[in-house]
Ligand binder design. Structure first.
Ligand code: ATP
Ligand code: MG
Length: 197
């Protein structure tokens, strides 16, 4: 990967992270390496507007603490509370504009899992997102997810890990272990905070 500008290359990986798991971490780590990113921001959504009506979301403060635990051993992973501080619904277009304003030289890369990439055209002001950042889809090798061809997607192959936050919540609720599906730090923070019981 050849560097073009002089500014930092910043990966922006947004999510509800309720809770974060190894699928998220492997995606962030592989994207960092493949795209030579200086940092990957794990941007914790405040009100996930596409989910808010379908289930109860854990408080932002709990999700932020879990993502901090997930990132603690990896220097290039940084946790961003920008959407929580802004309040209201979380729109990536606003987040990217704010990051651009803070650091005009930076080159931004929005990292999306295959499900998020497939639904990209449903996002609020998605054209603005595509204008402000390079779109990166992290996906299993060999079977690329169909994505909107009007944008220039970068693909990063990652091993397919059939893991979701939904699965982790269900496991905690039924008393099963989440060991090895997330970090030890995340698992103990979930227990300490009494989440998902
Ligand atoms: P939920 O089950 O509650 O929907 P989730 O596991 O999908 O949660 P999100 O916080 O919704 O997690 O996802 C944040 C981002 O991480 C999205 O871009 C999503 O596509 C991606 N992602 C989630 N799980 C994986 C996985 N196993 N491998 C790669 N990317 C993933
Ligand atoms: Mg999801």
């Amino acid at each position: 990967m050849v560097r073009s500008g002089q500014g930092r290359r910043i990966g922006v990986f947004g999510g509800t992270f309720d809770p974060p798991h190894i699928g998220h971490l492997v995606a962030a780590v592989d994207a960092q390496r493949e795209l030579d990113l200086d940092v990957v921001l794990l941007v914790v959504a405040n009100v996930p507007w596409q989910k808010v009506e379908s289930r109860e979301i854990s408080p932002a403060e709990d999700r932020l603490a879990l993502v901090e635990a997930a990132a603690e051993d990896t220097p290039f992973l940084q946790v961003s509370d920008i959407e929580i501080r802004r309040g209201g619904p979380s729109y990536s277009a606003d987040t990217l504009a704010a990051l651009h304003h803070e650091e005009p030289d930076a080159e931004l890369f929005v990292i999306l899992g295959n499900d998020a990439a497939a639904g990209f055209a449903t996002w609020e002001r998605y054209e603005e997102v595509a204008e402000q950042a390079t779109l990166v889809v992290v996906d299993r090798p060999g079977t690329p997810t169909p994505v909107d061809p009007q944008f220039d997607w970068v693909r990063v192959d990652i091993p397919e890990l059939e893991i979701s936050s939904t699965e982790l919540r269900a496991r905690v609720a039924s008393g099963r272990s989440i060991r090895y599906l997330t970090t030890a730090g995340v698992a103990s923070a979930i227990a300490d905070r009494g989440l998902y019981r």
